[in-house]
Design a protein around this ligand. Structure first.
Ligand SMILES: CC(C)(COP(=O)(O)OP(=O)(O)OC[C@H]1O[C@@H](n2cnc3c(N)ncnc32)[C@H](O)[C@@H]1OP(=O)(O)O)[C@@H](O)C(=O)NCCC(=O)NCCS
Length: 184
C-alpha cells in the first residue's frame, strides 16, 4: 500500500475562521525552543526537560506544533524507537492550559498519527504517561491506544498506526476521519 501524504489538517475552532492547524516544525531554532519551554512550564509545575535536553530532543526528533496564527497552542516531540525502528515514541505532548478540554488534544494526536502513518514509515506510536494523569490516560484509552502495563508510576501505551493509513486510491476507506471541532 502506498503511503500518501495527508492534507494539511486545520480546524475552524469557533466558526470564525480562527483556524487551528497541526504542522511539522520546519525551523527548529531558539524561538521554537523558547516557545516549547514556555508551554512546558505552563503545563507542568517543573520543566519536563532541562533546556539542553529539550534542545537535543528538538534537534534530533520531529516536532509537531498546534498553532493558531502565530500562537503555539500545543507541541509534541516524536523520535524513532531505538530497538523498534517502525515505532515512533511520543514525548512531551501537551496543549496550552487555556485550550484544554475542547477536543484539541485528541485532534492533535490524531493528526500526528495520520502524518506518521502516511508520510513516514511508522506503524506504531508509543508513549508513557504518569498513572495519575487521568485526563491523558482517558484520552489515550478512548483513542484506541492499548495499555502495555505500568512501571514506576508510569503507564505505557501503544497505538497501531496501520489503522490510520489511507488506501492508495486516495479514499479514506476505514481510516478514521478526524473529528471536526465545534465551538462549545
Ligand atoms: C492530556 C492533554 C494533551 C489532553 O488534551 P485536551 O485538549 O485537554 O483533551 P481533549 O479536549 O481532546 O479531550 C480528550 C479526552 O480527554 C478527556 N477530557 C479532557 N478534558 C476533560 C475534562 N475537563 N473532564 C473530563 N474529561 C476530559 C475526555 O475523555 C476527552 O474525551 P472526549 O473526546 O470523548 O470528550 C492535555 O490535557 C494536556 O496538555 N495536559 C498537560 C500535559 C499532559 O498531561 N500531557 C500528557 C502526558 S506527557
Amino acid at each position: 500500500m502506498t503511503r500518501l501524504p495527508p492534507p494539511t489538517k486545520c480546524v475552524d475552532l469557533f466558526g470564525d475562521a480562527s483556524t487551528v492547524c497541526v504542522q511539522r516544525a520546519e525551523h527548529k531554532g531558539e524561538e521554537l525552543l523558547d516557545l516549547m519551554l514556555d508551554l512546558d512550564l505552563q503545563m507542568f509545575a517543573e520543566p519536563s526537560y532541562p533546556r539542553p535536553t529539550l534542545s537535543a530532543l528538538v534537534r534530533f526528533g520531529e516536532v509537531f506544533v498546534l498553532k493558531q496564527a502565530d500562537e503555539l497552542w500545543g507541541a509534541a516531540v516524536v523520535l524513532r524507537h531505538m530497538r523498534r525502528p517502525q515505532a515512533a515514541v511520543m514525548l512531551s505532548i501537551g496543549i496550552h492550559p487555556g485550550w484544554r478540554g475542547a477536543g484539541l488534544g485528541r485532534f492533535f494526536i490524531e493528526s500526528i498519527a495520520m502524518q506518521l502513518a502516511n508520510e513516514q514509515d511508522f506503524d506504531e506510536l508509543v508513549l508513557e504517561v504518569a498513572e495519575d494523569n487521568w485526563r491523558a490516560n482517558k484520552l489515550y484509552a478512548s483513542m484506541g491506544f492499548v495499555g502495555l502495563g505500568s512501571q514506576n508510576g508510569k503507564r505505557s501505551w501503544s497505538l497501531d498506526l496501520s489503522r490510520w493509513m489511507r488506501p492508495d486510491d486516495g479514499a479514506d476507506g476505514d481510516a478514521p476521519v478526524l473529528r471536526e471541532l465545534s465551538a462549545s
